[in-house]
Design a protein around this ligand. Structure first.
Ligand code: F3S
Length: 67
């Protein structure tokens, strides 16, 4: 699973990092910095939760083949 961030939509609400700090980071201006990051195995549910809390729906989680 990979994080896809819509940078135009991210407004720096930081809910993603608050709900799933193991997965989502913020840059120095407070915007999500996790675009392209692979979600560690076992943390998919947490990644979904963090994404769901984004008020701008800026985060999409891409399911990738494990092969
Ligand atoms: Fe941005 Fe949404 Fe997180 S606006 S900082 S992706 S909660």
């Amino acid at each position: 699973m990979r994080i896809r961030l819509n940078r135009d939509a991210c407004m720096g609400h930081a809910m993603c990092a608050a709900k799933a700090p193991e997965i989502y980071g913020l840059d120095e201006e407070g915007y999500c910095s996790s675009d392209g990051v692979i979600v560690p195995p076992g943390l998919e549910g947490k990644a979904r939760r963090g994404a769901a809390y984004c008020p701008e729906s800026a985060i999409t989680l891409i399911e990738e083949d494990a092969n």
